[in-house]
Design a protein around this ligand. Structure first.
Ligand SMILES: *Cc1c(COP(=O)(O)O)cnc(C)c1O
Length: 388
């Protein structure tokens, strides 16, 4: 037998973070004290009250059986209540909300429910790589919507050509945004909903960072008139509660789209372990718990240290209003790869090259605020010594 990977796998674009990861490994292997501002994965543990709930739930034999496909009723109800409290959005937990095995799972499966081979999928760039992969796996063709600093890292929907609009069935959005840390305006969401309704395009709005904000909470797209017919918003417990390893999230919005996604999922997975959903209920019911809100203060302190420190190094950064990322132009007109390579080689600090998120990210870099403050300060001290 001669084995060959599927055409859909072969069609994935190259993963541009590989190169910097090789260099990081080489530095670690050479015994360097590497400070990794690359990966955005919360460094603090999951709050104890959530772990305690999991410990109880795991003892209950009812939780050892197959989970409810779309999520246990208590989880769906708690998720709907959280949307109501945070955004004033009311969804029916039975018809308009579904539990996910992490939001990546739902974002990845959605095209199988709403995209036909040959359809276009509108994918924002720079952006989270899962959107384009999911589009390609479903036989769709990604159409990249370039985002730029001048337009607040929101795509210009008027620039999507008529023939693309006519054959597009899905548009991904992501606010607060990874990697740019941008927050969407109400005017943009209003335009996006009108655009989607006019061209019969499903909107998948990825709100993984909805709870990682510094001043006021970001908007939910579901608050926009008419959004409920065309949009689904993906919320995750991963970043909010330091639960990336647990794999628990939910999607809410149009009942028809939720139903279609549920049918894909019931054919491919059987939902998340009931005990994890029970821990998820505990988390969602305590979003205002001091330990949870305190995370924003931790990120704020790190953000302020990093922005001030980089300014001393001659690198000007706008302080982000949400997410645990900082996104900024590389100094001295350097391209992304040259800049992050020099920072790694001369300061042993890992940054992510912006072009890895798509072409419009060229000339930018991303730093994650998921390491302790003293390490951020140490990283700055080292970066300051580099002569550009
Ligand atoms: C982290 C992240 C996710 C994935 O979150 P999970 O719920 O853990 O799968 C989704 N979208 C973006 C933009 C992210 O950065």
């Amino acid at each position: 037998m001669s084995f060959r990977v599927s055409d859909r796998l072969a069609a994935l674009p190259p993963y541009l973070f590989v190169e910097i990861d090789h260099k990081r490994r080489a530095a670690v292997a050479a015994g360097k004290d590497v400070i990794n501002l690359g990966i955005g994965d919360p460094d603090k543990p999951t709050p104890k009250f959530i772990i305690d709930r999991m410990a109880d739930a795991i003892e209950d034999p009812r939780n050892h059986r197959y989970p409810f496909d779309a999520g246990v009723p208590e989880f769906r109800t708690a998720a709907a209540a959280a949307l109501k409290r945070s955004y004033g959005v009311e969804v029916d937990p039975k018809r308009e909300l579904i539990a996910l095995i992490g939001s990546k799972e739902g974002l990845g499966h959605l095209p199988l429910a709403v995209v036909n081979p040959g359809d276009y999928v509108l994918v924002p760039q720079p952006g989270y790589p899962v959107y384009q992969s999911a589009a390609i796996f479903a036989g769709g063709t990604p159409f990249y919507m370039d985002m730029r600093a001048e337009t607040g890292w929101m795509p210009d929907l008027d620039a999507v050509p008529a023939e693309i609009r006519a054959k597009a069935s899905l548009m991904y959005l992501n606010y607060p945004n990874n990697p740019t840390a941008a927050v969407a305006t109400e005017a943009f969401y209003t335009r996006a909903v009108a655009f989607a309704r006019e061209h019969d395009i499903v909107i998948a709005q990825d709100a993984a960072y909805a709870d990682v904000f510094f001043d006021r909470p970001p908007l939910s797209i579901l608050t926009i008139d008419g959004a409920r017919d065309v949009a689904v918003e993906f919320h995750s417990l991963s970043k909010t509660f330091n639960m990336t390893g647990w794999r628990i999230a939910f999607a809410a919005g149009s009942a028809e789209i939720i139903d279609a996604l549920a049918r894909v999922k019931s054919n491919l997975d059987s939902g998340q372990f009931n005990a994890i959903q029970a821990a998820g209920v505990e988390a969602l019911e305590h979003r205002d718990h001091v330990q949870v809100r305190a995370m924003s203060d931790v990120y704020r302190e790190r953000r302020d240290a990093l922005v001030a420190g980089f300014a001393q190094a001659g690198i000007e950064i706008d302080a982000p209003q949400a997410t645990f990322y900082v996104w900024a132009p590389c100094p001295a007109g350097l391209d992304s790869m040259t800049f992050v390579t020099r920072v790694l080689e001369e300061a042993s600090v890992v940054l992510i090259p912006g072009n890895g998120f798509g072409k419009p990210g060229e000339g930018y870099f991303r730093a994650a605020l998921t390491v302790e403050l003293d390490r951020i300060n140490e990283a700055i001290d080292r970066i300051k010594r580099i002569k550009w």
